[in-house]
Design a binder for this molecule. Structure first.
Ligand code: AMP
Length: 325
């Protein structure tokens, strides 16, 4: 069930002079595109406001400019009448630089998110709606409803968000509204999806080889497909943890219901990226803390082979439960 609507987000933005926008840890196209897209939209439509972006793109989407602000260099005068905005995220353990929020630097906090989560941060304003394909779709929706001017630059950021989180418009929540906001992103500017689609589509040879390896070596167990990206494999293919984590490689093979990519992390933990083509898996991921996410796209944390085995077993049991009902 949605919590509030776009109007509360607009009201919060309009009421504050200084705006600080945050993204989630392990940043993806949605949180980064939403963050920078919102910055551009506010700068264009409310030139009197000061907007800051905090975080780190960790090398993702290098064909975009990610000119973050440095919190320590921001004059304290901007904390007056300020609004902290969290896009595409919720709880403090999921937000990059959450400390700046939990230290209570900002007058008020706003969350614009499409995850169905009750966060540990006490937001003054929340627009949560899991029926949106991307947080970027929420940002574009605010722009459309508020009749904001959209520059080419803003459109590119917001489109990156929508494209990546909707799996190029193929996932379940993509709907008429998604295409309406896409049309709005093209209004009175030079934006063309190709300008983002082309750089997004370029594939690095080492990643292509890795994808081929995964496809030849994945395991299947009772409609659950999985693959473990060990440190050894990351070294063999010269890929970072981030570069070797594409769970989409395993999507929808044969009659599988759920697919999981386990990725060894530098700190010794194992990140599990879990996807499903219908059965809800977020409540299962929540058991493997920290874990959770969307109904059919979630993450979990394992610490050893036993955790991995248990998570796979829980997922298999969930499939059995659904097949019986
Ligand atoms: P990912 O596999 O990292 O793309 O995550 C899929 C979805 O699950 C995203 O919406 C994340 O925000 C969410 N998610 C991933 N890992 C976690 C976690 N450890 N705790 C809570 N939510 C997560």
């Amino acid at each position: 069930m949605a919590k509030n609507n776009w109007e509360i987000a607009l009201k919060a933005i309009e009421m504050h002079e200084n705006i600080f926008i945050f993204h989630h840890i392990r940043p993806d196209g949605d949180c980064l595109g939403s963050q920078f897209g919102l910055r551009e939209l506010i700068r264009t439509n409310y030139p009197e406001k000061n907007v800051f972006v905090l975080g780190d793109a960790v090398g993702n989407f290098p064909f975009f400019t990610w000119d973050f602000d440095t919190f320590e260099k921001i004059d304290k005068k901007y904390f007056k009448n300020s609004l902290g905005v969290v896009v595409d995220a919720n709880s403090s353990n999921r937000i990059q630089f959450a400390k700046y929020i939990t230290d209570k630097n900002f007058t008020h906090m706003l969350r614009i998110d499409h995850h169905p989560v009750d966060p540990d941060i006490n937001y003054d304003y929340t627009w949560e709606d899991a029926n949106y394909a991307a947080a970027g779709e929420q940002i574009a929706y605010i722009a459309m409803k508020a009749k904001w001017k959209v520059t080419t630059k803003a459109a590119k950021y917001v489109y990156l968000a929508i494209n990546t989180d909707s799996g190029r418009f193929q996932f379940e929540y993509v709907q008429k509204r998604t295409f309406e906001v896409m049309a709005y992103l093209h209004k009175d500017n030079d934006f063309k999806v190709w300008d983002v689609n082309f750089p997004l589509s370029i594939r690095e040879p080492k990643k292509v080889k890795f994808n081929a390896y995964v496809l030849l070596n994945y395991k299947e167990d009772n409609k659950v497909i999985y693959f473990h990206v060990t440190k050894k494999l990351q070294k063999k293919f010269k890929l970072s943890t981030n570069e070797s984590s594409d769970v989409g490689i395993l999507a929808n093979i044969g009659n599988c219901k759920i697919w999981v990519m386990f990725i060894d992390q530098p700190d010794g933990s194992i990140r599990a990226r879990v996807r499903s083509n219908g059965i809800w898996i977020n409540h299962i991921c929540e058991k493997y803390k920290p874990g959770g996410g969307h109904e059919v796209a979630s993450g979990a944390t394992c610490y050893n082979k036993n955790d991995m085995k248990n998570l796979l077993q829980d997922l298999k049991n969930e499939i059995l439960k659904h097949e019986k009902s």
